[in-house]
Design a protein around this ligand. Structure first.
Ligand SMILES: C[S@@+](CC[C@H](N)C(=O)[O-])C[C@H]1O[C@@H](n2cnc3c(N)ncnc32)[C@H](O)[C@@H]1O
Length: 169
């Protein structure tokens, strides 16, 4: 019997990117036609923001980021940027966005799995009340929500590399 090759960091990275795109495309399609805004939590280089901006034409995309350092083609307009630490800007967004968001994408993690998991536990209760009924939340990390329901992954996404949650109406 031949030995299975080990999973490399490159494999994991590719799986994460492919899954991110599959989950985002699925969530964009499932929330099409809704009027509430979209939130991008963590701009980074701006790749996922660019993808969302190209695919979402019917809603504003607000970007939550502590320090903008994105590619010039992938930098949100100032009025759509919510600058600061999400631990402060998410609770403040409750007043600013009373309808909530139709779609929230979070990619706030770094290289440490343990730290990402601890951060996901802390930030989940701050994200949960911002999702509108019927809205979807897509995350690179497993989240810890009380009332949101984890969704089956769309075709092309790899188990454990991306997560989608629904707020039941
Ligand atoms: C992995 S990058 C996002 C990559 C992005 N999805 C892309 O496709 O280019 C994570 C981003 O989250 C931001 N971030 C992490 N923790 C944050 C916090 N507590 N408040 C605000 N932004 C944070 C970092 O500054 C970083 O830009």
């Amino acid at each position: 019997m031949s030995e299975q090759p080990s999973i490399t960091r490159l494999d994991l990275f590719i799986d994460r990117m492919v899954s991110q795109r599959a989950c985002l495309d699925d969530a964009i399609a499932r929330t099409k036609g809704r009027t509430e805004p979209v939130f991008e939590l963590g701009l980074g280089n701006g790749r996922t923001f660019h993808h969302m901006r190209e695919r979402i034409r019917d809603r504003d995309i607000y970007v939550f980021e502590r320090a903008v350092a994105s590619h010039p083609d992938s930098t949100p307009a100032e009025e759509l940027t919510v600058l600061g630490d999400v631990r402060e800007t998410l609770p403040a967004a409750l007043d600013r966005f009373p309808t909530g968001a139709s779609l929230i994408h979070a990619d706030l993690g770094g290289h440490s799995r343990e730290k990402n998991d601890a951060f996901a536990r802390m930030v989940s209760p701050l994200i949960e009340p911002l999702l509108a009924p019927g809205g979807l939340m897509v995350s690179s990390d497993r989240m810890y929500f009380t009332n949101l329901v984890e969704q089956p992954l769309p075709e092309g996404a790899v188990e454990g590399r991306c997560f989608t949650y629904l707020r039941i109406e």
